[in-house]
Design a protein around this ligand. Sequence first.
Ligand SMILES: Cc1cc2nc3c(=O)[nH]c(=O)nc-3n(C[C@H](O)[C@H](O)[C@H](O)COP(=O)(O)OP(=O)(O)OC[C@H]3O[C@@H](n4cnc5c(N)ncnc54)[C@H](O)[C@@H]3O)c2cc1C
Length: 505
Amino acid sequence: MKDKKIIIVGSGIGGLVCGSILAIEGYDVTVLEMNRQIGGNLQTYARDKHVFDSGVHYIGGLEKGQNLYKVFKYLNIIDKLKMEKLDEKAFDKIHFYTDGQEYSYSQGYDLFNKSLLDAFPNEKVAIDKYCTTLQDVCEKFPLYNLRQGDYMEKSIYLEIDTKTFIESLTDNTRLQNVLGGNNPLYAGIGDKTPIYVHALVVNSYIESSYRLINGGSQIAKLLSKIITNNGGVIKNRTEIKKFVVKDGSVTYVEAADGKRFEGDYFISNIHPTKTLQLAETEFIRPAYRNRINSLENSVSAFIINITLKPSQYKYVNTNYYCYLEDDVWNSMAYTDETWPLSYALFFSGMPQQTEFAEGMTIMAYMKFSEVEEWKNTFNTVGKPSDRGPEYEAFKKRKAEKLLDVVEVKFPGLKAAILNYYTSTPLTFRDYMGTDDGSIYGIAKDYKDPLKTFISPRTKVENLLLTGQNINLHGVLGVTISSVVTCSVILGMAEIIKKIDDAQIE
Ligand SMILES: Cc1cc2nc3c(=O)[nH]c(=O)nc-3n(C[C@H](O)[C@H](O)[C@H](O)COP(=O)(O)OP(=O)(O)OC[C@H]3O[C@@H](n4cnc5c(N)ncnc54)[C@H](O)[C@@H]3O)c2cc1C
């Protein structure tokens, strides 16, 4: 297949998994990335000798026999990943400021069920039904299970919204909020987020939850090696400005410096709206463009990455989702006065279990409108520029406010901080190449499920889409999206067989 050339635009995990699969299967792969560092949201950066992730804090489905494990085994990277299992009894804790209560999510359905039942002894029926429904939803999504199937299997779950489903289980509002408590994992919106998004994401973490030690860039490095070891090429600092279409096919993509890259297939790992902006052709009809352009993106975030003074702050092998009010679905409805209504806190993965933490990340929702006045600035490591003193003051004000709130639940943290570094929606916009810094891309909507399902195929026959906007976001979701994209070239049965065969020891 070395005579078939694949051009991939974007080196997020979507582009890199597609590139790896196609390189392994004998195609001639070139990946083009606008940033200096490959990986998109897998990018890491070091401060005070501590490595921070830009967009991956923990990953589900990585235990032997589980879905992400299987794809990574086929790619031959599973045994090379440096990772650490989160606390089996409490990989996540949901905390409410209103009464100081804390609830644990445990790994494995038996333990998960038991932990919830310990906290809510009268809610056995609701908890059992929640667990069985989650597993049933996941079973109905064939590709999530890396098997072939038909669209109709999942149709019964497409038009149910998460919040309504959870409320149907019990009148206990605290249990309802605990069950929706890690919804920042998918930027959940009441009356919008379908149950299948909740189920596919939360199930993967209940099955197993791992942190990557020294960050997600290790996945990008391992995948890039597969591509180059199989004769492929990865070009960083190559921003694509145009997909040039002739007679219904892309003939080449053109970079900002005018360089052209010709190919037989073109895979876009960038946001579909952006892809359409770059592909001016009548083969993509206005109705399709309008549909894609009308889709709402998920919210963005404000992040504080903290380095800690040595031996000052106890390490905890658990993630925290903390709410200042009881309703876990209301956090995006903040005002300047009430922000933040919630935050998530992740300790950095440690090379060895130690008593004290070296770093942590705190994430709170932030809308792009908050940074609108600096929208004409651009700043990355590759193209540095200063957004000005007012922006710096804005970030400082937000960081101090968030840290004051966090200090209430984590006393002593502020005194233990060595340094902190912040990211805003502008950071995500500039590093990921989106318009609004959306953290998870297009938000799915149970009211019109088909509208937010985006096929990897386009009307331009050799232009395919991949990444978090196809199927599902997250390391797991995007990896499966990549399998779907590659199946257009390789055939679904063939690729599933290869993944199955790779599991045989
Ligand atoms: C704050 C945050 C926390 C997260 N936490 C987790 C987590 O804990 N666990 C988890 O599984 N997932 C998490 N995610 C989600 C996960 O990181 C993403 O869903 C996933 O990495 C997206 O991969 P992608 O391949 O779709 O796209 P991206 O990672 O967005 O990659 C797209 C790439 O395309 C490049 N590009 C864009 N335009 C161009 C162009 N014109 N020319 C060339 N290159 C271009 C970009 O530079 C980028 O490298 C998080 C995301 C964020 C933002």
